[in-house]
Ligand binder design. Structure first.
Ligand code: R5P
Length: 322
């Protein structure tokens, strides 16, 4: 179905990204106020008319995760009750994704619960990017369009044209993504064997592959405490790697991340603007932000026009590998 009007809304998670998308689409950001009651409950008022409109709510559920998730749910509820024609939640970073299965007794499957909450609140569709695990798409019983941050990373690293390159996955779970990078950049592939000791520390074991005398590109979906990344970088240096580059989609950078990254043997870290970068991170001279605004903006335009979205990421290689 084609809707006449499009309305773009955002909460407080990443207003700069939302403004960029509005610029790309040549549309204004709908007027809304998302604030707090004195007791810390979230308050919301949308001032633009949305009746019958194709509504896109741009809200990554990045830290503070619960605040931003609640804002998203309230936006969905508000839009449903205001008779929006269709509600698409644009969640460039989907928090709670790492809890996607019961890996021990008496633990929640948080990713499934969050998918249920978003759907129940009124979302008709989801547009997201680099989910921690692609099968989370199936946690929703509504259409999910899943984009890949690798699209912007590929362009950047193709331009850099690093000689003698090995793409490294810092853990076994990331091999599929690393394989797509290695094939797109015509590089070799290696894998670090990682074991998570606690939520903020990881231990690396051995390396599958060879990095001696080679430039290295470590790829990952997100950097949280940077334990995974910095331990992998140290191991790769010990194994004789030359310059170490990192391509990661979501720069969550919480807890000891900045401190760890400052002392890690990493030449350049490229991230995207799915989530805002902290001031401390902006001050680091080896972090470069690649924008996913054109990717998300184009996907929104195509969803609105009922055109194909998959053709946007067919050249990332990851799509074919799924
Ligand atoms: C793990 O499976 C993910 O792909 C990331 O490697 C991990 O979640 C990053 O977390 P941290 O930066 O806290 O090690």
């Amino acid at each position: 179905m084609i809707y006449n009007n499009i309305q773009i809304l955002t909460g407080n998670a990443n207003p700069a990204l939302a403004r960029g998308i509005c610029d790309y689409l040549h549309k204004p950001l709908a007027d809304s106020v998302c604030d707090k009651f004195p007791d810390t409950e979230t308050d919301l008022k949308v001032n633009s008319d949305v009746r019958g409109s194709d509504v896109f709510i741009i809200q990554p559920t990045c830290p503070p995760v619960n605040e931003h998730l609640m804002e998203l749910l309230l936006f969905c509820d508000t839009m449903r009750r205001a008779s929006a024609g269709r509600i698409t939640t644009v969640i460039p970073y989907f928090g709670y994704a790492r809890k996607d299965r019961k890996d021990e007794g008496r633990v929640p499957i948080s990713a499934k619960l969050v998918a249920n909450l978003i759907t129940k609140a009124g979302a008709d569709r989801v547009l997201t990017l680099d989910l921690h695990a692609q099968q989370i798409q199936g946690f929703f019983d509504i259409p999910v369009d899943h984009l890949y941050g690798s699209k912007v990373q590929f362009s950047y690293y193709r331009q850099l044209n690093l000689p003698n390159l090995v793409v490294v996955s810092p853990d076994v779970g990331g091999v599929k993504m690393a394989r797509a990078y290695s094939s797109a950049l015509h590089a070799l592939l290696a894998v670090v064997d990682k074991r998570r000791l606690s939520p903020d520390s990881a231990e690396v074991g051995f390396l599958i592959g060879d990095v001696a005398g080679k430039n290295v590109l470590i790829v990952d979906d997100l950097i949280a405490t940077a334990g995974t990344l910095t331990e992998a970088a140290k191991l790769l240096k010990d194994k004789g790697a030359l310059d170490i580059y990192v391509a990661a989609t979501h720069p969550i950078l919480c807890g000891p991340a900045i401190e760890r990254l400052r002392s890690a043997p990493i030449k350049l870290i490229t991230v995207t603007d799915t989530v805002p970068l902290s001031q401390q991170a902006k001050e680091m001279d080896n972090i470069k932000v690649l924008s996913v605004v054109p990717l998300l903006g184009e996907a929104i335009r195509r969803i609105h026009k009922d055109e194909s979205v998959s053709s946007l990421f067919i050249d990332t290689g990851e799509y074919q590998a799924v």
